[in-house]
Design a protein around this ligand. Structure first.
Ligand code: UT7
Length: 329
């Protein structure tokens, strides 16, 4: 029997209209465009404004555009994996809310929370449902409304993050294409450096937690940076070695966009030149689960069938991982 692989057959993305520039941030916290640009590579990020709008509201246009591109209806979707750290609500899952909003009546779904590595985890998880023959059409969505958990008085974190969402469709193929391999890792002891203190079961939200600003993301930037820079580069190198890939074989590195310096270190470790690295951090900042599908959507027209892509991410948890993908169209 021929091996079934999971191929990405469509990709699309959405970012909200409002643009928060470094110049505007200068009016909010003690920072400046020169510092942000040189330390992170970020110039601006998009912010979802509007009462009652959540992450699913960015996923709706991203997925509706994707379905249109692929020429299929929402009823054909079997499974929705919604990778997010900022679900619309603690429960039900944003996957359920999205299914209702787009009319995916025959789908089941769940949210996957692996912070910035979520999309890598989701792609790997979704591909198993295709490879097993269980499902024919799996949506993997990566999206976050980071502005909902960012403290705009904390200059270390507020300059990095932005809002955005991307989605891919996975379908079976018997060609030698699609998700070829993945390496997923985690180390929960890293949670001390990057987390949201309150709003979970250990510390439910209260007036006191809000007063202490504990409903916002907390990050010890320098510590996270050190782990990110080593682990993201290591895991990308590991997946190349395991699959006997050299830098020449790689058409594109698709890195999580957390900091341009982390991206550069990963590319250097892989021996891949800047012309092969997808970077759009200057426009969107760190959209957490959104970064990798936002890159895939932006570069879609330049991708060729059979191109070797290495995806790599590092994030809160700690979580990190890499996917080796052969572009299928
Ligand atoms: O998405 C996955 C998980 N997240 C990451 O991968 C993020 C990893 N971390 C980072 O990207 C970086 O650590 C940051 C961008 C958050 C911070 O950059 P850094 O180069 O590590 O800065 P730092 O924390 O070492 O601070 C250097 C200096 C400090 O001043 P002194 O003590 O040297 O006088 C900070 O107070 O820069 C100061 N600083 C700022 N200055 C202007 C910190 N934030 C700012 C700011 N504007 N926004």
């Amino acid at each position: 029997m021929q091996k079934i692989r999971a191929a990405i057959t469509a990709v699309n993305s959405y970012v909200p209209e409002y643009i928060l520039t470094n110049q505007e941030l200068e009016t909010m916290v003690d920072t400046n465009d020169e510092w942000i640009t040189s330390r992170t590579g970020i110039k601006e990020r998009h912010i979802l404004k509007g009462e009652g709008l959540g992450t699913s509201d960015m996923a709706v246009p991203a997925v509706e555009g994707l379905l249109k591109k692929r020429g299929i209806s929402a009823e054909e979707i079997d499974l929705i994996i919604f990778c997010t750290t900022t679900p619309d609500m603690p429960f039900p899952a944003t996957a359920n809310i999205l299914a209702d909003k787009i009319g995916a009546k025959n789908a089941w779904g769940f949210d996957l929370n692996a912070a910035c590595s979520g999309f890598i985890y989701g792609l790997s998880t979704g591909s198993q449902f295709i490879e097993s023959g269980k499902h024919q059409k799996v949506l993997v969505i990566g999206g976050d409304k980071m502005s909902s958990i960012i403290d705009y008085e904390d200059r270390q974190t507020c300059i990095i993050f932005g809002d955005g969402c991307g989605a891919v469709l996975l379908e079976p193929t018997t060609e030698d294409l699609g998700v070829m391999d993945s390496i997923l890792k985690s180390d929960g002891s890293g949670r001390v450096y990057l987390h949201q203190k309150a709003g979970g079961s250990a510390k439910p939200a209260s007036h006191a937690t809000v007063d202490a600003r504990e409903h916002y993301a907390y990050q010890e930037g320098q510590a996270v940076f050190k782990f990110a820079v080593t682990n993201m580069a290591d895991v990308a190198a590991e997946i190349m070695e395991r699959n006997q890939l050299t830098a020449n074989d790689v058409a594109w590195l698709v890195p999580h966009q957390a900091n341009k310096r982390i991206i550069d270190a990963t590319a250097n470790r892989m021996g891949v030149g800047p012309e092969k690295v997808m970077v759009n951090i200057e426009k969107y900042g760190n959209t957490t689960n959104g970064t990798i599908p936002l890159c895939l959507a932006e570069w879609e027209s330049q991708l060729k069938k059979g191109d070797t892509l290495i995806l790599a991410a590092f994030g809160g948890g700690f979580t990190w991982g890499s996917v080796y993908l052969k572009w299928a169209y």
